[in-house]
Write a protein that binds this ligand. Structure first.
Ligand SMILES: [Mg+2]
Length: 261
């Protein structure tokens, strides 16, 4: 199965289709300064167009809702921090189990700020990401510290592109977010670019869906094992947006999804 099967469902019954997408590296280019990341041209318009016609549309990210909400309008649902935070129907929420971990994160944030330069540290409130894109020479030291903290506190150390994240040990993945944001849709698209997206693609592959598209957005540093989860590969966030626009066009009846056209 692949995107052509989802387009077939979208042509017939757009309300049966859900589109879920990661943010960084998928709708946006990765930037050395995480705060400077913005969606590529057309990304937000494409999501809004999909929201008009499909059964569900959401951005599922490791970023906090505060950050995502700066870029993504309320009509589009959000799952932030791998599901710790969400904004559904415009209403924000946090899962209660996360509260106990907030002081633990705060304490490690203080320690990180004493040890590492500011460009390494991204304070996400309920989690903490350490970046070495601009400080490659610190990668080993930062990773060692993160794994020591994880061993001492029970936080999880999760690797990502040029970064490592300390996250509460809650059984939440982007696969869970996909399940919780799906309400009866049978054709599901998930777009992503990194390790944290793998559980979402695995959820699609394991679930009893009529059609799925596991779209991997590639770049120079795409983890090789992720390509094996893909049903479809696009080579840039701009191409990902083009795919979203194609789904919207098919769902609104503006083009045929027939492979012969
Ligand atoms: Mg990403």
């Amino acid at each position: 199965m692949a995107i052509a099967d989802v387009l077939e469902v979208a042509r017939r019954d757009p309300s049966a289709v859900a589109v879920f997408t990661d943010f960084d590296g998928t709708l946006s280019h990765i930037h050395a300064d995480p705060d400077a990341v913005v969606p590529v041209d057309g990304a937000v318009v494409a999501l809004e167009a999909l929201r008009q016609v499909l059964g569900a549309v959401a951005v599922i990210s490791g970023r906090p809702i505060d950050f995502l909400a700066r870029h993504i309008p309320e009509a589009v649902d959000l799952s932030g921090l791998y599901g710790i935070e969400r904004r559904v129907g415009g209403v924000p929420g946090v899962i209660p189990e996360a509260d106990a971990w907030r002081p633990v994160i705060r304490e490690q944030l203080d320690d990180a700020q004493r040890r590492f330069p500011p460009e390494v540290i991204e304070d996400k409130g309920y989690s903490l990401t350490l970046h070495f894109r601009r400080t490659a020479e610190l990668e080993d030291e930062v990773a060692l510290w993160a794994h020591e903290v994880a061993a001492q506190t029970g936080l999880q150390a999760r690797p990502a592109k040029m970064s490592i994240e300390l996250h509460p040990p809650l059984p939440l993945t982007k696969g869970d977010a996909v399940r919780s944001l799906t309400s009866g849709q049978t054709a599901i698209v998930y777009l992503g670019d990194d390790h944290g997206d793998a559980p979402a693609w695995q959820e699609l592959r394991a679930g009893a869906y009529e059609a799925i598209a596991c779209v991997v957005v590639t770049s120079d540093d795409t983890p090789e094992e992720l390509r094996g989860l893909a049903t479809d590969i696009v080579s840039s966030p701009e191409s990902a947006v083009a795919l979203l626009n194609e789904i919207a066009s098919v769902a609104t009846g503006q083009v045929s999804s027939s492979p012969s056209n």
